[in-house]
Design a protein around this ligand. Structure first.
Ligand SMILES: Nc1ncnc2c1ncn2[C@@H]1O[C@H](COP(=O)(O)OP(=O)(O)O)[C@@H](O)[C@H]1O
Ligand SMILES: Cc1ncc(COP(=O)(O)O)c(N)n1
Length: 267
């Protein structure tokens, strides 16, 4: 029988298919990782913004986690939207015994600007979950919220990555530069070295779900046995192609294109 690599995402939903669980599962599938999902919040959202949200109870989240963990092994997992303390507690209780790599996308605000996490939960995320992570992937506003520092330069981004590792106990931090000007540059600090990942900035408004897609791709590559820097490099290529071929659908910020690399290979 063929070897099967599996990965789990613990996140909120996006019925319009561009972000959250839906983006994660599409990414896992595209990268030949068997995808599993635990839903934390059901979000009524689309390319224009967030219309409504209903959170799962802590007990329901724990039950979903037990269903997966007790049945199917996975080689890596990620978390996305964890909206409140009850949800974080439930997730922390069930993942703290796991020995596989943990990729945390510290989702705080949707690309539309709508908040996806309560204020008190931001502090809790840093204290309770960051120390468990193999890597966390904040964008600039998230890195500012975690560190309390203003980030305006590449040096600030690198400083934030170091601070998230040294002061908050994450094993590694990838600070993403999607919200900066100029080239799209991300910095990974792994406690030892600073790695730089750079791509040309693509002129598009269709970036709904880029952060979810990127962290899911990192998780998928880790599940295949790549090192963290290799996984980030491959995932950066994946998300850049997905943005280059992003889809002009919907009335707002359209989604990334998950079959972009296949299109580029065919050409
Ligand atoms: N317009 C763009 N062109 C190229 N890469 C981009 C663009 N916008 C974001 N990226 C890249 O997409 C990834 C997601 O970054 P970012 O937008 O900062 O995260 P988030 O979606 O969490 O806000 C990063 O690798 C970033 O450099
Ligand atoms: C359920 C959910 N999780 C995360 C995001 C952030 O999306 P992005 O990747 O654009 O930052 C979102 N809009 N919805």
């Amino acid at each position: 029988m063929n070897k099967v690599e599996s990965a789990l995402t613990i996140a909120g939903t996006d019925p319009s298919g561009g972000a959250g669980i839906q983006a994660d599962l599409k990414t896992f599938q595209e990268l030949q990782t068997y995808g599993m999902s635990v839903i934390t919040s059901v979000v009524a959202q689309n390319t224009t913004g967030v219309q409504d949200v209903q959170h799962m109870s802590g007990s329901m989240i724990k039950e979903q986690l037990v269903s997966v963990i007790s049945d199917i092994p996975f080689q890596a997992f990620k978390t996305g939207m964890l909206a409140n303390i009850e949800i974080m507690d439930a997730v922390a209780e069930k993942i703290c015994g796991l020995t596989v790599p943990y990729v945390m996308d510290p989702v705080m605000v949707a690309a539309s600007g709508d908040p996806l996490i309560s204020d008190d939960a931001q502090t809790y995320l840093c204290e309770k979950l960051l120390p468990l992570t193999t890597v966390t992937t904040p964008n600039i506003p998230e890195a500012e919220a975690i560190t309390g520092q203003t980030i305006t330069t590449p040096e600030d981004m690198q400083q934030a990555a170091k601070q998230i590792v040294h002061d908050f106990g994450a094993s590694a931090a990838l600070v993403k530069g999607g919200h900066m000007r100029g080239k799209a540059v991300d910095f990974l600090y792994d406690g030892d070295r600073m790695h730089t990942f750079s791509a040309d900035r693509i002129d598009t408004k269709n970036t709904h779900g880029t952060g979810c897609t990127y962290s899911a791709a990192i998780t998928a590559y880790i599940s295949h046995g790549y090192t963290l820097p290799e996984s980030v490099k491959n995932a950066k290529d994946y998300v850049t192609a997905a943005i280059r071929h992003s889809l002009s659908i919907g009335n707002g910020s359209g989604p990334t294109n998950h079959w972009a690399q296949r299109m580029e290979r065919v050409k």
